[in-house]
Ligand binder design. Structure first.
Ligand code: SF4
Length: 119
């Protein structure tokens, strides 16, 4: 959920192994991996969180989303079903033009062995 709206609804396995919504990806990217040498996606949200009493017209995440386009800022999106049965509230995911989670993870730089630590 983001600002009181469900942004992705699916099974635990779907959401945790292959998140589709940018906010789901950012949440999972912020979690520390059990293995400090594991590759992380680096999916980061920047910018201001909108006021909950003055929400933007379009997608509530648009001011912070690295995938945002013009339609995101002007048109609200409803939850849309994907082929695997989950529901996602995102124009670009619905259009199929955001790379898959595992593709995005492959593009992220691997952590250096020099600055990795094992607790
Ligand atoms: S609708 Fe646009 S701004 Fe909102 S999460 Fe999707 S890509 Fe990002």
């Amino acid at each position: 959920m983001y600002l009181s709206e469900i942004v992705e609804f699916g099974t635990v396995e779907q959401v945790f192994t292959s998140p589709q919504h940018p906010y789901s990806r950012a949440l999972l990217s912020s979690a520390l991996p059990a293995n400090p040498r594991a590759q992380r996606s680096g999916y980061i949200l920047e910018g201001e969180i909108p006021s909950p009493v003055n929400l933007p017209l379009g997608c509530h995440l648009a001011s912070r989303c690295p995938e945002a386009t013009r339609i995101c800022r002007s048109e609200p999106q409803a939850l849309q079903p994907l082929a695997d049965g989950r529901l996602v509230r995102c124009w670009r995911v619905a259009a199929g033009d955001i790379p898959g989670w595992n593709d995005a993870r492959k593009q992220a730089p691997a952590p250096s062995a020099d600055n990795a630590s094992v607790a």
